[in-house]
Design a protein around this ligand. Structure first.
Ligand code: CP3
Length: 349
């Protein structure tokens, strides 16, 4: 066993150890709240170009770790790079978010299925190699992908959505046809994650940001089933690489998600009560989360109090400190520095 792996606090917690103070990293720890991100962002025209430039993407991956000393770096990329690599037109517009050329039927799926995605993602894998080579002995590298359901919502809606009527409508009307899209994404996601691990990612996270909008039957079919297939194949190929699942908004269905997908750890959204997580999930998997990102934006005593409460609630559990969702762009960087100090202080001991 390599000494580096054994001493990384994040990997120890994900392998089942209770680590004090808890290892920490933040979803969306790279991004617009950092002036050094905005400086790099200003050098290229498009966000996709940024993700496909290994020198710049490596720099952005390392920026928050350098500034705040998190226990993990998360690859700088985006969940929508996969549909892009499958041939779907993608643009990120200022103030509008992602815009995709919508896929709405089996013909659209067949067109995408004829494009092998991995060759177009080679630049992302090169970023993984460069970051891994640059990281210190205590910092783990997290790779990631969107889970099939969440990626499908953007592909079918053509961007973000309020009520998901197109993607749900297709899934209800024509589950076989929609299932072909989910199957395509399940396979492509597995290959992409396995390639990230081969390139040097030590942990992978599956972001299912819109898992919470499905009724339980559909949750089982479009969230649990594909996730279970991805996890089982990653375990077969890379048995030492933990998979963290993030079924945001799943509520009581978190329990089924954990039991049926066999993830090594689960990321808790902001609304999931800590006592539910500890009682129902904590004996099966490591827990991650779940500070409200608005508290990190707010800072001060309310942040300190909430961090103290979380440390108390998760004491004695396999736990990784994180937010319940991504860092908000307006967050003062000083609050993230303060969070790092709080976690290393007596509050968590
Ligand atoms: O966490 C990190 O620091 C690593 C990089 C990362 C990004 N996106 C960079 C990004 C990760 C892990 C993601 C995941 C992601 N992307 C998710 C899942 C997590 C979540 O937030 O629910 C989703 C749904 C997306 C899709 C996406 N990408 C949207 C909806 C948007 C626009 C809205 C927004 O938050 O900016 C993006 C753009 C994006 N992805 C930016 C960054 C840094 C901002 C681009 C810019 O304007 O500079």
């Amino acid at each position: 066993m390599s000494v580096g792996t054994a001493t990384k606090p994040l990997l120890r917690a994900l392998a089942g150890e209770i680590v004090v103070p808890p290892p920490w990293w933040l979803m969306r720890q790279a991004g617009r709240y950092l002036p050094e991100y905005r400086a790099v962002r200003g050098r290229v025209r498009s966000f996709v170009e940024l993700c496909l430039n290994p020198a710049l993407a490596s720099e952005l991956t390392l920026q928050p770790v350098r500034r705040f000393g998190m226990d993990a770096a998360i690859l700088f990329s985006d969940i929508l790079l996969l549909p892009y690599a499958l041939g779907q037109a993608l643009d990120f517009r200022e103030g509008e978010g992602p815009v995709l050329d919508p896929v709405s039927d089996r013909h659209g799926v067949a067109r995408l299925a004829s494009t092998p995605a991995l060759p177009r993602l080679e630049a992302v894998l090169e970023t993984v190699r460069q970051v891994r080579a640059a990281l210190g002995a205590r910092t783990a590298l997290i790779g990631f992908a969107g889970a099939p359901w969440t990626v499908a919502t953007y592909m079918v809606e053509g961007g973000g959505s309020r009520d998901f009527r197109r993607v749900k409508g297709w899934a209800y009307r024509d589950p076989r046809g929609f299932g072909e899209l989910i199957d395509l994404l399940t396979e492509a996601t597995t290959e992409f994650l396995a390639a990230q691990i081969a390139a040097g990612a030590e942990v992978v996270q599956l972001f299912d940001s819109w898992a919470g909008v499905l009724p339980d039957r559909e949750f089982a079919r479009w969230v649990i089933e594909p996730t279970a297939r991805i996890v089982s194949e990653i375990k077969r190929r890379h048995p030492d690489c933990p998979v963290i699942g993030f079924p945001r908004g799943a509520g009581v269905l978190y329990e089924r998600y954990v039991n049926e997908t066999c993830v090594a750890a689960v990321s808790l959204d902001t609304t999931l009560p800590a006592d539910f997580a500890c009682r129902k999930l904590g004996s099966h998997v490591a827990l991650q989360g779940n500070l409200d990102p608005v508290l990190l934006l707010t800072g001060g005593d309310s942040l300190a109090r909430a961090v103290g409460q979380l440390c108390h609630s998760f004491a004695g559990m396999r736990w990784v400190f994180n937010l319940g969702h991504g860092v908000l762009p307006e967050t003062p960087p000083e609050n993230v520095a303060a969070l790092g100090r709080l976690l290393n202080s007596s509050l968590s001991a």
